[in-house]
Design a protein around this ligand. Structure first.
Ligand SMILES: Cc1cc2nc3c(=O)[nH]c(=O)nc-3n(C[C@H](O)[C@H](O)[C@H](O)COP(=O)(O)OP(=O)(O)OC[C@H]3O[C@@H](n4cnc5c(N)ncnc54)[C@H](O)[C@@H]3O)c2cc1C
Length: 422
């Protein structure tokens, strides 16, 4: 590692990669990527569904369709998506519209958790060939803004002309501390709260026609991140709670006949509770306390009858498949989800069951909590996501994106700003 770089990028997720590729391919600037984990590329590792239709994955207050479309072409030139063929979309769109529900028609590609490692290895190899230095297991801990140097966790330092911070959503506490140290104003008042639904594929057959259908219901509820084929539910660890999430392996893995997706309700908080992250922690901790430190799960059959799911009856009779998430506690989600959120989720589930009859089969499982915090949104001083002279903040952590392709596009936009200011 050298003592000084033209550009230092913290985080090798899609946002950081977007910046690195654009700069490496359009200038001779020296670039260093710092990545604290052993494997590079952040969220590209998870499932890696890629959405190529605006506004999916973009934060619409920061993006316009024309620009997003053109940057998505650049994203595709690196990720080389194999688009999934969709069928019968008009039928579903029409059924949904009858209920006031919107179904977005999106160009999608799916790599799968097992295959994404090859994609990532290829990307990093390509960056290194273009002269970019990639340092894995190297965590940035702090910044000396006046001297334009970053400090690493081992105490060493490196100088920069431009610094791009792309630490992802899980890096929000760290990003917040940097934002506060730099005196950059920010806000954080939005959060998505919901459940992950797991069902037999025959009870949600739309996935055979449309891999990741995005339904937008009234009351700010939407479906998100649908997985099928070899689909599994996982736990994500946050400081004070677990959130559930889902992913699928590529089509080379044996199918397990299950599908999972999130149903999320967006909440915008106002005075006096203004932090979406705080609200997420309150809800997450409450769920953990009610279910012995694990996420909870309930069969729809029990939920409808207003009774909790129990260990001894969880895989019985009509409750006829094993949950893919182990170490999850059968219980009663209605004890933990605030009623306003639960009401809207339930209403949307009923609408979904009218559009695709079957999803409310008694065997369907709802897992709680699935919480998506919306990042710390710093105030940008220009459209290139600069927050202070020479410092850029991008990706899901800084609220410029909400998905792989949007994160990569954010990285390109920051790189464009850096190239312009040379
Ligand atoms: C289970 C799961 C499944 C998902 N599936 C999909 C999907 O199918 N499609 C989709 O579009 N989106 C999906 N997402 C969301 C997607 O991963 C994110 O939208 C995307 O990765 C955001 O990119 P990013 O570059 O902003 O952050 P990240 O991808 O999170 O990358 C941030 C990187 O920064 C590193 N880092 C953080 N702090 C430091 C530091 N101080 N020093 C050095 N390195 C640091 C992290 O280790 C990480 O590698 C999924 C997320 C999860 C958790």
């Amino acid at each position: 590692m050298n003592d000084h770089y033209d550009v230092i990028i913290t985080g090798s997720g899609p946002a950081g990669l977007g910046t690195a590729f654009h700069i490496a391919e359009n200038s001779g600037m020296s670039v260093l990527i710092l990545e604290k984990t052993k494997i590079s590329s952040g969220g590209l590792r998870n499932d890696c569904k890629q959405n190529y239709t605006f506004p999916v994955g973009f934060t619409t207050d920061l993006w316009q369709q024309d620009e997003a479309d053109s940057l998505l072409d650049e994203v595709a030139s690196h990720l080389k998506p194999e688009y999934i063929q969709q069928r019968n979309i008009e039928v579903y769109i029409k059924r949904a519209l009858n209920l006031g529900v919107k179904l977005l028609d999106i160009r999608q590609a799916h790599v799968g958790t097992d295959k994404s490692k090859d994609l990532i290895a290829g990307l990093i190899n390509s960056l290194e060939q273009k002269g970019v230095t990639v340092k894995l297991e190297t965590e940035m801990s702090g910044i000396d803004y006046v001297r334009r140097r970053v400090t690493l966790a081992d105490g060493s330092t490196a100088g920069f002309n431009k610094l791009v911070l792309a630490p992802g959503r899980a890096g929000y506490t760290w990003l917040q501390s940097v934002i506060e140290q730099l005196g950059v104003p920010y806000h954080d008042n939005i959060v998505d709260v919901g459940v992950r639904v797991e069902a037999r594929e025959e009870h949600y057959p739309i996935v055979k026609d449309y891999y990741d259908p995005k339904f937008i219901f009234p009351q700010r509820v939407r479906t998100f991140c649908t997985n099928s084929g070899s689909a599994h539910i996982v736990k994500e660890k946050y400081e004070k709670y677990y959130s559930v999430n889902g992913h699928a392996y590529s089509s080379e893995h044996r199918a397990n006949g299950l599908v999972n997706f999130a149903m999320l309700r967006t909440i915008t908080l106002t005075d006096p509770v203004v932090s979406g992250h705080q609200f997420a922690e309150i809800l997450g901790q409450m769920a953990m306390q009610l279910s012995g430190g694990q996420p909870m799960m309930q069969r729809i059959g029990d939920f409808r009858l207003g009774r909790r799911s129990k260990k001894e009856t969880f895989n019985d009779d009509l409750y006829d498949f094993q949950p893919t998430l182990k170490n999850c506690t059968p219980g009663d989600v209605s004890l933990a989800i605030p009623s306003k959120i639960l009401r809207d989720l339930w209403r949307s589930m009923k609408m979904l069951d009218t559009i695709i009859p079957g999803i409310m089969h008694p065997s369907t499982i709802i897992y709680y909590p699935e919480i998506k915090t919306y990042a710390i949104r710093p105030e940008f001083i220009d459209r290139y996501f600069q927050v202070k002279e020479d410092i850029y903040m991008i990706g899901d952590g800084a609220g410029t994106s909400r998905g792989i392709t949007g994160a990569w596009a954010s990285g390109i936009r920051a790189a464009q700003g850096i190239l312009l200011s040379r």
